[in-house]
Design a protein around this ligand. Structure first.
Ligand SMILES: [Zn+2]
Length: 597
């Protein structure tokens, strides 16, 4: 019987993404990227300007446990990309150094000469379609270099255009499972420069993460590129208060629009334009179907790759847990959304509306049960009043009215929730309105004025538990995340158990093919059927655990290929029980239906 294959499955907790890691190092003005494959193979793609190799790149590599560099790649020969490479090569052993070759290099001195000398005999020229093996199934593929584009034998006439050195940048696409990322140095996209972005983006195709060409300069990140590679996350590497006004307003407006509000994140606050998040050195980690991005402050967000559909929110799943409508800081408005359902929710397609505008989130955030996400007018903590890591909506797309407004969250045509405020509503100047109980509706009497301060001086608890909420009991809930057989790592079911009432108590997950008539245990009915499936998992290792202090437990049940279960519908429920003494179940969750992947 197919069900018996489950008995051999190794159930274990769902951990953090473990596989490919990419550090976008804060090298101030320049690019410096460290990539570490699943088996430890390291690639350095650009090394920042002079001094930053020693100051920023080497410490970042040590943090990642790198002791040897397999590949050094120089995107092109400007000092903000190769200035620090010799420092990296002097600090750690390296095997191969790859660049665009020696065409048009006679005028270069300084950083270029130092780079050439440090690379010595290990220096080689890349070729189109060349694959850098990063181990464990991860790779980086050369799509373009020095005017050559994969799939064409005609070299683009970049030499006579202005700033051809930027146009000559090497472009690689990094892949691991369903995750993909564009790295392209200072590739140019038009205006007075040669448009290399349009042809290269066509051979690249869709990616998840885009390292902005040329630090967010308006001569890169053209509309063709953004439409074609359609990233969910744009990363910008530039210096704080730079004199080039980068990232440029026009670039940010292309990257993040009201109908496609991507996560735009920069190593520094740049020159002062609003509408993106700044995070210092950022570490990305992926297991091929999801990825986390952690900022230098330790804040972290998790996203799905764009191949993963996940659970879309339905009314009641996602609520507005807090908002700041009249901050002391001009860019300090925020709206906090909270997942009160039992399952992770994919926030891609979330629409946020106020009376004067709206935006639709394009970043596929994986919002776990009982966790919140902060959406903010601006993601720069130095200008938003000191908010923790916040997703920035397009600048001015929504401006909350100080006195009266309607905030609505929706998904597609479904309205999820609406909060209407007017005179007498909680919050006000420098004070957020906090929801008292997420389990009940958004009426005005369920909001109170925040009593604790954050960041600079305003009142609120952005991204954290509300100050006005007493620790109310959460109902015991179960949720499911389905990973089909094509998901990197294989087919699996992730079950989520959430409750704060039974911390330290024993919790069990039950599965069955039907949910009636239910299994009575004393006064409690476990809404499952005592059938063959129930018997297999009842008390099995991994299905029984202890409620952790944070109140959320996630366990992974791998479903082997050809299990014979694919498409079979079933139910899950979790329940608290006392392993000592007579059978006693003080609480059981509702049953949730799922289909085997
Ligand atoms: Zn540059």
């Amino acid at each position: 019987m197919a069900l018996s294959t489950l008995a051999q499955s190794q159930v274990r907790p769902v951990g953090s993404p473990n596989g490919l890691r990419i550090a976008f190092v804060n090298v101030q003005w320049g690019d410096g990227i460290v990539i570490v494959g699943p088996t430890g193979t390291c690639m350095v793609f650009d090394g920042g300007p002079n001094g930053m190799g020693t100051q920023a790149m080497v410490p970042a590599m040590k943090k990642l446990g790198v002791s040897r560099i397999r590949y050094v790649v120089a995107s092109h020969y400007h000092g903000d990309h190769i200035g620090g490479i010799d420092e990296v090569m002097n600090a750690l052993p390296f095997d191969e150094v790859w660049d665009r070759g020696t065409r048009n290099t006679s005028g270069f001195a300084g950083s270029y000469t130092t780079y050439v000398n440090a690379a010595g005999s290990k220096r080689k020229t890349v070729s189109l379609g060349q694959v850098f093996d990063l181990g464990g199934g991860a790779k980086a593929t050369v799509l373009a270099y020095d005017g050559n584009v994969l799939g064409s034998s005609t070299r683009h006439a970049i030499d006579s255009t202005s700033n051809y050195e930027n146009s000559a940048s090497i472009v690689v696409r990094v892949d691991y499972g369903d995750f993909s990322c564009w790295l392209g140095g200072d590739l140019t996209g038009g205006g007075s420069r040669y448009d290399m972005e349009t042809p290269v983006s066509r051979v690249c195709g869709d990616v998840d993460v885009y390292l902005a060409n040329h630090h967010g300069w308006d001569d890169g990140s053209n509309q063709n590129l953004l439409d074609t590679i359609d990233p969910e996350v744009c990363v910008i590497s530039c210096s704080h208060k730079n004199t080039h006004n980068v990232p440029h307003r026009a670039t940010l407006d292309r990257m993040s629009t009201t109908t496609k509000n991507r996560l735009v994140i920069s190593t520094t606050p740049g020159a002062g334009e609003p509408g993106f998040t700044s995070g210092g050195t950022m570490l990305l980690a992926t297991d091929g179907w999801r990825y986390t991005i952690s900022s230098e402050t330790g804040a972290s967000v998790e996203l799905y790759t764009d191949e993963f559909a996940g659970n879309t929110p339905t009314p009641g799943d996602l609520v507005i847990s807090e908002f700041q409508r009249e901050p002391s800081f001009f860019w300090g408005e925020y709206i906090e959304v909270f997942n009160r359902s039992g399952s992770p929710i994919n926030l891609r397609g979330l629409v946020v509306r106020a009376n004067n505008g709206s935006f639709e989130v394009a970043a596929p955030y994986r919002l776990l049960p009982r966790r919140s996400l902060l959406l903010a007018q601006h993601g720069d903590a130095s200008r938003n009043g000191g908010l923790p890591f916040a997703h920035s909506w397009p600048a001015r797309a929504v401006i909350l009215h100080d006195d009266a407004d309607n905030i609505e969250v929706a998904h597609g045509s479904k309205s999820l929730e609406r909060v209407s405020y007017g005179s007498g509503f909680a919050g006000g100047l420098g004070k957020a309105a906090e929801r008292v109980d997420v389990e009940i509706g958004a009426a005005s009497n369920n909001f109170e004025t925040a009593t604790r301060t954050y960041g600079s001086k305003d009142y609120g608890t952005p991204g954290a538990a509300n100050s006005v909420a007493s620790p109310l009991a959460w109902p015991l809930r179960v949720g499911v995340e389905r990973l089909d057989a094509a998901t990197p790592g294989g087919g699996a079911l992730h079950f989520f158990e959430s409750t704060n009432r039974w911390t330290g108590k024993v919790i069990a997950l039950g599965l069955s093919l039907g949910k009636t008539p239910g299994i009575p245990v004393g006064p409690t009915l476990i809404p499952l059927r005592a059938d063959a499936l129930f018997a297999i998992v009842d008390g099995a290792p991994g299905f029984v655990g202890v409620v952790p202090p944070e109140g959320l437990q996630a366990i992974r049940l791998p479903i082997p290929k050809n299990s014979g279960l694919t498409g079979l519908p079933a139910f899950c429920a979790c329940y608290i029980y006392d392993p000592k003494g007579p059978p006693f179940v003080p609480e059981a969750s509702d049953a949730v239906r799922f289909v085997f992947p």
